[in-house]
Design a protein around this ligand. Structure first.
Ligand code: NAG
Ligand code: NAG
Length: 374
């Protein structure tokens, strides 16, 4: 009897405690996404899970409030999207408006033409997406020929009708090239990328292969993080190395461009765990997309995930990583140092374009080798 009473009291006490805890966390402002400390971050996440579960249980598909309230969520600039710390799986629930839009479709018919919604969810950490049973739109024209075994095809050899251009201002690769020839959509021109040594920041792939060979380390498999149209994978193809490219369709059809070259695009944002098992890759390259815009905590997670997928003796290549000079010294070099990799190459130079000079930025190109055993 007394025991039962005690148990009852204990139960009531814990409930009151958790209620207190719940309300106290609810009172904290959940708005700021930048939380320097992990416990705060976790609390924030827990709070968001609770809030969104509440929200979702109240949410009924027929409630019109959602569509009328905010027709279009204000989308932060693309780069700041990358800055969200990869959240625990509640992230889909964090964006009920987008999720609602994504899941509003007629089953067994053509999907709504909304690839941006999927990408928006992915960029916000909602990946893998919830599934839906509808048919993804494909271009109307059938494709007769495509360049085979040539990752540097001429644009005239690629039927532009094979890409759905509706969501872009440009309706062809030529148009994208006219806008900016450095985006990587002129595939023939891309054949000179990663080939020539102009400054000490460059590491031509032939040299990379030689370095690995001299170290008796075989390079067969790699991933190129934020690899745009896949030019690094294309350059490595010449050496019979298989490289897959993570790339997003921000402003242009990057994934389709990689695929058109016969290379493998992975539609994966920077903050996501790489969809690759532990210790299976020989090489990871981080291009321009990995830079000081990524908050340090997120970058740390990224680097440790790279370490996870690299085999012992594998290489991490930071290619033209840029940051403020002082931050490289005080923040990023120590962060990279945490991996305990051997510095095969470490070259820095002033970033001399307008933005670089204005912000006192420097470039770092580093080739780092993971210890053979831990
Ligand atoms: C790549 O593989 C092909 C076919 O096996 C071979 O002929 C070629 O020499 C290889 N290239 C290199 C750079 O190893
Ligand atoms: C790099 O820039 C700094 C100022 O930001 C300057 O003091 C330094 O001389 C520059 N280095 C070179 C090699 O140009």
């Amino acid at each position: 009897m007394t025991l039962n009473l005690l148990l009852l009291m204990a139960m009531v006490a814990t409930n009151i405690l958790s209620l207190y805890h719940l309300t106290s966390t609810t009172l904290q402002s959940p708005k700021s996404p930048k939380q320097p400390q992990v416990p705060d971050q976790l609390l924030h996440q827990l709070h968001t899970i609770r809030a969104t579960i509440n929200h979702l249980t109240r949410l009924h598909p027929n409630t019109p409030t959602l569509t009328t309230k905010s027709p279009k969520p204000t989308i932060p600039p693309d780069l700041s999207l990358y800055s969200h710390l990869s959240p625990i799986p509640s992230s889909c629930h964090n964006h009920p408006d987008l999720l609602y839009k994504y899941m509003s479709y007629t089953p067994f018919s053509l999907c709504p033409s909304d690839p941006d919604t999927a990408e928006s969810l992915i960029l916000r950490g909602c990946h893998p997406l919830p599934r839906r049973r509808c048919f993804t739109k494909t271009p109307h024209k059938t494709i007769q020929t495509l360049p085979v075994n040539n990752p540097f095809p001429s644009l005239s050899s690629i039927p532009e009708t094979m890409i759905l251009w509706d969501r872009y201002n440009c309706k062809s690769f030529n148009c994208l090239n006219r806008q900016n020839p450095n985006l990587g959509f002129d595939f023939e021109r891309e054949s000179s990328r990663h080939v020539i040594y102009k400054t000490e920041l460059d590491l031509p792939v032939s040299q990379l292969m030689q370095i690995a060979k001299a170290a008796k380390s075989v390079i067969r498999l790699g991933v190129d993080i934020g690899g745009g149209t896949g030019s690094f994978a294309a350059a490595m193809r010449r050496f019979n190395v298989t490289v897959v490219t993570t790339t997003m369709n921000v402003v242009a059809p990057y994934n389709e461009a990689v695929a058109v070259r016969g290379l493998v695009p992975l539609h994966v944002p920077l903050q996501q765990r790489l969809p690759v098992f532990d210790g299976v890759l020989d090489l990871v390259r981080c291009g321009h997309a990995v830079n000081r815009w990524i908050p340090v905590t997120v970058l740390e997670f990224l680097l440790f995930d790279v370490d996870r997928v690299l085999r012992g003796g594998g290489y991490l290549w930071l290619d033209h990583f840029f940051s403020k000079g002082v931050d490289l010294e005080k923040v990023f070099a120590p962060l990279i140092g945490k991996l305990g990799y051997k510095k095969v190459k470490w070259a820095t130079a002033n970033k001399t374009d307008a933005g670089g000079v204005k912000n006192g930025e420097v470039y770092l190109t580093a080739l780092l080798q993971k210890p053979v055993s831990r």
